[in-house]
Write a protein that binds this ligand. Structure first.
Ligand code: GLU
Length: 515
């Protein structure tokens, strides 16, 4: 066995950091893709590097209308825009592989010329036959040195036979010639050293006669031409690493460094997170809402479900990474300064939809009340005629209990309209025989507060209660019920101040009447 060490010993950190997020526009960007983009972004920004968006759309059969724009919109909403990409700083452009297709053929031919690749003419039927035949014998068919000479390719055919087939326009693919009996030593920043026995590798297709490269060839050529220093991508690409390293070696190019991010697991912790898990448990797996252009089916998005981008980012950062401390709250800037690929885990990261709610609650508290009020008002037409500053004050009083803007109405409607009903249980608890009389007296106390401020209300009402030598609950509970309709809500003196003297008195009198 030949031992081949393929990773570069040159420290790439000394060169410019250039990383890319390279999604294929085959549908809406899954939450795992956003995590990959985020880790690339954090790494780039930490090292004053460049974050590139490259659209890998060589597989035209899987192309989905609108998916590229969705990717861009998602990155923008998350606050992690690309520095270079389609339509932006196109120094290394174009950034769509479909617009680069003229470029790849010469690289495939270069590999043929150097003996690292070959033409193969086997039809799908022939390959299928071999696959089935092997299966029946309990074996797996691998197209590589084991059997390539028994198949139809430029290694088994003579030069003139090959030329004749090419001249006749026969369909072909270009395959990488995977070496026999070698142990490859590869390096991954997250996984450390990896050994691969080349005897298990197949001769992967690099190029097809329709003029299109496969993912492997286009990806390597573009990473090289775009001077990518670090490839940070999902674990599902780890099996391609050996081929990618060998392609760099075959081209004589220095390979970038690689980091494969751990899988994102279902909330139960076993198996990869899928869209179905989200549908089943009622949470989105996409950043933004997506309407399928063909079926018009709608998939929910975190944005439309009321999540703040800060919560999304903070939550995603912890899917596979941790700072090594107890701290959980990180702004994007804080993440940039502490993020480190060495601290990314190898094992899968469990997706916990409750945890992102926890982050959302936290970031809800951080939002500016006026901004929240504006969104709140735009979503509830009951609020259209109300002064935005009043709504902002209300929001400030109740948001502590809110996780989403959509929670605000239930938490605060009584600031805008009198309660229409009283909670039965609370009524039994708060009311007894002496309550009406106490409430009537309370009204006179309230009427007498000339400067209707929180402090004055508090002083006068508390003094009256102390004087009467009765428990606070005897007054405060029925008062709350009268104003709110239940025993919930923030400080009662704040509520009275906000709704004003006339409304306060009216609500107490109405409650006395009803109860
Ligand atoms: N186009 C691949 C994808 O859809 C890119 C994988 C890579 O980053 O190399 O994820």
């Amino acid at each position: 066995m030949l031992i081949v060490s393929l990773h570069s010993n040159l420290q790439n950190m000394t060169k410019n950091v250039r990383v890319r997020f390279a999604p294929s526009p085959t549908g809406p960007l899954h939450i795992g893709g956003v995590r990959t983009a985020l880790f690339n972004y954090l790494f780039a920004k930490k090292h004053q590097g460049t974050f590139i968006l490259r659209i890998e759309d060589t597989d035209q059969n899987r192309y989905v209308e609108g998916a590229e724009q969705y990717i861009i919109d998602s990155l923008n909403w998350c606050g992690i825009p690309f520095d270079e990409g389609p339509g932006k700083n196109e120094k290394f452009g174009p950034y769509r592989q479909s617009e680069r297709k003229h470029l790849y053929k010469k690289y495939a031919e270069q590999l043929i010329a150097s003996g690292n690749a070959y033409y193969a003419f086997d039809t799908a039927d022939v390959l299928d036959f071999h696959r089935k035949d092997h299966e029946e014998k309990g074996k797996t068919f691998i197209y590589n040195w084991h059997n390539r000479l028994k198949l139809s390719n430029s290694l088994s055919l003579s030069a003139s036979e090959t030329k004749a087939k090419l001249d006749a326009g026969e369909d072909y693919v270009i395959r990488f010639k995977s070496p026999q009996d070698e142990i490859l030593y590869l390096k991954d920043i997250i996984r450390g050293d990896i050994q691969i026995d080349t005897n298990i590798l197949d001769d992967k297709v690099l190029f097809k006669s329709d003029g299109m490269p496969t993912y492997h060839l286009a990806n390597i050529v573009d990473d090289h031409l775009m001077e990518i220093s670090h490839v940070i991508r999902g674990e599902e690409w780890l099996p391609s690493l050996a081929l990618h390293y060998q392609l760099y070696k075959a081209f004589g190019w220095q390979a970038p460094e690689f980091a494969h991010l751990p899988l994102i697991l279902k909330p139960t912790g076993s198996g990869k997170l899928s869209k179905r898990d989200g549908d089943k448990l009622g949470f989105p797996v996409f950043p933004l809402q997506w309407e399928d252009p063909k079926t018009h089916d709608i998939s929910r998005g975190y944005k439309e479900d009321g999540y703040f981008p800060e919560a999304m980012i903070n939550f995603l950062a912890f899917l596979g990474w941790n700072p090594g401390t107890e701290q959980e709250i990180f702004s994007l800037d804080a993440l940039i300064s502490v993020f480190d690929l060495e601290r990314v885990n190898k094992s899968g990261a469990r997706f916990d939809p409750e945890k992102i709610k926890w982050f959302n609650h936290h970031y809800m508290q951080k939002q500016n009340d006026l901004d929240l009020a504006e969104t709140f008002m735009s979503e509830y037409n009951q609020l259209t005629d109300i002064d935005v500053h009043y709504v902002a004050l209300v929001v400030g009083l109740v948001k502590e209990r809110a996780t989403f803007i959509s929670d605000l109405w239930d938490l605060s409607f009584y600031f805008f309209q009198a309660p229409k009903a009283y909670d039965e249980k609370a009524m039994q608890k708060a009311f007894n025989g002496e309550t009406p009389e106490l409430m009537i007296e309370l009204v006179t106390i309230i009427q007498r507060v000339s400067d209707f401020t929180v402090a004055n209300l508090q002083t006068d009402i508390k003094a009256w209660i102390t004087n009467k030598n009765i428990g606070f609950g005897k007054v405060m509970m029925p008062l709350r019920l009268a104003l709110v309709g239940s025993l919930q809500g923030p400080d009662l003196f704040e509520i009275m101040f906000m709704i004003g003297k006339i409304e306060t008195v009216e609500r107490i009198e109405r409650a006395i009447g009803v109860l």
